[in-house]
Design a protein around this ligand. Structure first.
Ligand code: CTP
Length: 404
């Protein structure tokens, strides 16, 4: 994901315990390629030191209107204009009140009043302060002024009371910003994605499956949702979770269940991406009770072929774009030939080839190395080893080209 790369973020920090999370937020923003300028309130400095913040952001932290010994003036107007976004995290009740009412008695508030960019506020306070009518009134004023409120979580607070007022986690604040800066190039598109393995029961405690973790399919689902698509993710049993709240997850277990869910969703979709590692075979019969070692001699397991979901959809296709994956164990020409053969056999428009023979590619890794192949005969596109989030961007860029 490169949507935050090069973006200028002003991070306003006010005086609350959650200021310790600002350090992580800066790290995440910098890692995502953003430039961060911290503006802190005098109280904020009591909770986290400017040394930590400037070391992480790589820029001097601004707190005062002037540097005392040199008389250098810090222009809140320039900082406000520099910003592509301003994020106030943590935002205390006091800072929220000052923002809502234009009480410009510190650098953070004057910068806010000068900012032309979108502004995000992540409240952090005790539950009673959060629920107080004055806080609610001030937040309503900020919303009406066009400020984006990143809602606090319910959880344990610094007071050890449990309630609403915990600042949203830095990872989620980053996601809100990434979402905001992602161009909505797939708005109006309905995208169906299969992900993860399928699990074929032998008995209630044993099964036939594969090593798929679902990471690739989930990364595609999150990115498609960020781009504004309506996403249905049909998922086999996995431990990963969709991070984008707009992804609709349909949980299934077996290939047959996945086929039913996929056929349902396919009818009304524009794009179907088959990222699941469907088990090709299932036990002919699933026993209803556990096979006992002492009582039975199981010397062979009879397997039957599962339906080919991609090929079934390929036959039913009426204008949808159908994208398959080909996970091979060979790389180079031979792997590509196998992948190409799947385009014809399953009536795919595009296939994403990846090989277990490439280090960092395939099941369970956070990275992948893919080659894209098309049904219309254009040249294969080989991509370098990247994070699965970045690979998801490459795949969706290619799908957007296909849909043009
Ligand atoms: N696929 C599917 N249903 C199956 C098997 C595969 O929908 N029963 C889909 C996968 O999700 C993938 C594509 O078909 O998008 C290719 O899967 P792959 O396992 O590589 O191909 P197979 O057809 O199973 O062929 P083989 O395993 O022999 O290479």
């Amino acid at each position: 994901m490169k949507h935050l790369a090069g973006k200028h973020i002003v991070l306003g920090i006010s005086g609350g315990i959650a200021a310790y999370k600002s350090a992580t937020l800066i790290r995440l923003l910098v890692k995502a390629g953003a430039e961060v300028q911290v503006v802190i309130t005098p109280n904020g400095k009591e909770f986290i030191t400017p040394v930590t913040l400037s070391a992480l952001s790589g820029k001097p932290v601004i707190c005062d209107f002037f540097t005392a010994n040199t008389g250098e003036w810090h222009s809140h107007v320039d900082i406000g204009l520099w910003a592509d976004a301003m994020v106030v995290a943590p935002a205390t009740a006091s800072t929220i009140g000052k923002m809502a009412n234009g009480i410009a008695d510190n650098m953070l508030i004057t910068t806010y009043l000068s900012a032309k960019s979108p502004v995000f506020v992540a409240p952090a306070m005790d539950l009673d302060m959060m629920a107080h009518p004055s806080t609610e009134r001030n937040l309503a004023t900020l919303r009406a002024d066009g400020v984006h409120i990143i809602e606090p979580e319910v959880g344990e607070l610094a007071s050890h009371l449990v309630g609403r007022g915990r600042m949203e986690e830095p990872e989620n604040i980053l996601r809100v910003l990434e979402d905001f800066f992602t161009p909505k190039t797939m708005a109006g598109k309905r995208v169906m994605i299969t992900a993860g393995p399928t699990v074929e029961r032998i008995d209630p405690v044993r099964f036939v499956s594969n090593f798929s973790t679902g990471k690739m399919g989930y990364a595609i689902a999150d990115e498609a949702a960020r781009r504004g698509a309506e996403v249905t993710l049909i998922s086999g049993p996995v431990c990963v979770k969709a991070t984008h709240s707009a992804v609709k997850v349909v949980d299934v277990e077996s290939a047959r269940q996945m086929l039913c869910a996929a056929q349902d969703a396919f009818e009304n979709c524009d794009v179907a991406i088959m990222a699941a590692a469907v088990a090709d075979y299932a036990p002919a019969e699933a026993r209803s009770s556990k096979i006992k070692r002492e009582h039975e001699e199981v010397s062979c397991l009879t397997l039957v072929k599962n339906p080919d979901i991609a090929a079934t959809l390929g036959r039913a296709k009426v204008g949808q774009k159908l994208i398959g994956f080909a996970l091979e164990t060979e790389h180079g020409e031979h792997g590509i030939e196998n992948a190409q053969e799947k385009i014809a056999r399953k009536n795919l428009d595009m296939v994403v080839f990846n090989s277990l023979a490439d280090a960092g590619a395939g099941f369970g890794t956070d990275t992948n190395k893919i080659t894209l192949l098309w049904a219309d005969g254009r040249c294969p596109r080989e991509c370098s080893l990247k994070s699965k989030a970045d690979v998801a961007c490459d795949i969706l860029n290619a799908i957007e080209e296909l849909c043009d």
